[in-house]
Write a protein that binds this ligand. Structure first.
Ligand code: 4AZ
Length: 281
């Protein structure tokens, strides 16, 4: 039996419950194949722009306190999902989370290496609607610069990488089983950009949520088995060497009828204050 379909506040509580309960989670095995679902291990060197968001105070010391993913979009800016910074996830206003950190350059969260960088400030688009979870994007300004070599370029509107059928890769330390089996080592899974219709059909509104193509991007594996899952939220979806999406939500993990919903980052960029590299070109 799978975890019930989740979205919005319900999905957030499922995330929180899953994260908080992760060492103790007892759930029936899911049919999922395994990432990130259906994934493979990757190194920090091959994907230097992936970061983990961490708060040990909130989520415990295991796995360096990881609770979401993120992506380096300038040496001092990490992009993540807005819902990762919500009080529902963090237990309080993000500004009060004193030990919120970005872990960079470390694929194995149980190992040393890389950097843990404090977050100086965060920004969520003023139009973010938590109910609709749209647009599910936030920026974190770091207290120290990361090497420029870790920056991933962000796709612009009209980028051909958004064309359905494009092969993309999603990265994260999230659930690899659909049953609360969180990864210590960074994983990636290959998915395809899917037509908006696939997600519009799967998520017409109601219990499974509503897909809004203006701010969301549909991707997955129509056969099932390759997908993001709980704990991957905020992490990057990459195609053609560019950031096209952020893990946002979906119904279950790795289901043929529950494609992954990602933040369409190109659509959100116009509302971002001029902090992104190459912005406005
Ligand atoms: C989550 O709750 C979540 N299968 C992220 C991605 C997906 C489902 C749930 C997509 O963080």
């Amino acid at each position: 039996m799978r975890r019930p379909s989740v979205r919005g506040p319900a999905r957030l509580s499922a995330l929180i419950a899953a994260v908080i309960a992760s060492p103790l989670v007892v759930a029936a095995p899911a049919a999922a194949d395994s990432v990130v679902i259906g994934g493979y291990e990757v190194s920090a060197e091959s994907s230097p722009w992936v970061v983990a968001l961490s708060s040990r105070d909130r989520f415990g010391a295991a796995r360096a306190g990881q609770f979401c993913g993120g992506v380096v979009v300038s040496p001092t800016t990490v992009m993540t999902a807005a819902h990762c910074l919500s009080p529902a996830v963090l237990g309080k206003d993000v500004r009060l989370v004193r030990d919120l950190r970005v872990v960079s350059g470390r694929a194995d969260l149980e190992a040393e290496g890389g950097q843990e960088v404090a977050v100086r400030s965060s920004w969520i688009p003023p139009e973010y609607d938590p109910e609709a979870n749209s647009p599910d994007m936030a920026l974190l300004t770091l207290s120290q610069a990361l090497p420029a070599s870790r920056v991933l370029p962000v796709a612009r509107a009209g980028d051909e990488a958004y064309t359905p059928g494009t092969e993309a890769v999603v990265y994260g330390w999230g659930d690899t089983t659909g049953a609360g089996g969180y990864a210590s080592k960074l994983r990636a899974a290959r998915v395809s950009v899917l037509p908006d219709e696939n997600c519009a059909t799967a998520y017409p509104g109601g219990a499974d949520g509503r897909y809004t193509p203006a701010t969301m991007l549909c991707a997955g594996d129509t056969a099932g088995g390759h997908d993001a899952c709980q704990g991957d939220s905020g992490g990057p979806l990459v195609a053609g060497g560019r950031l096209i999406g952020l893990v946002s939500w979906g119904s279950g993990c790795g289901r043929p009828d529950g494609p992954g919903v990602y933040t369409r980052v190109s659509a959100v960029l116009p509302s971002v204050p001029g902090v992104l590299p190459g912005g406005g070109d």
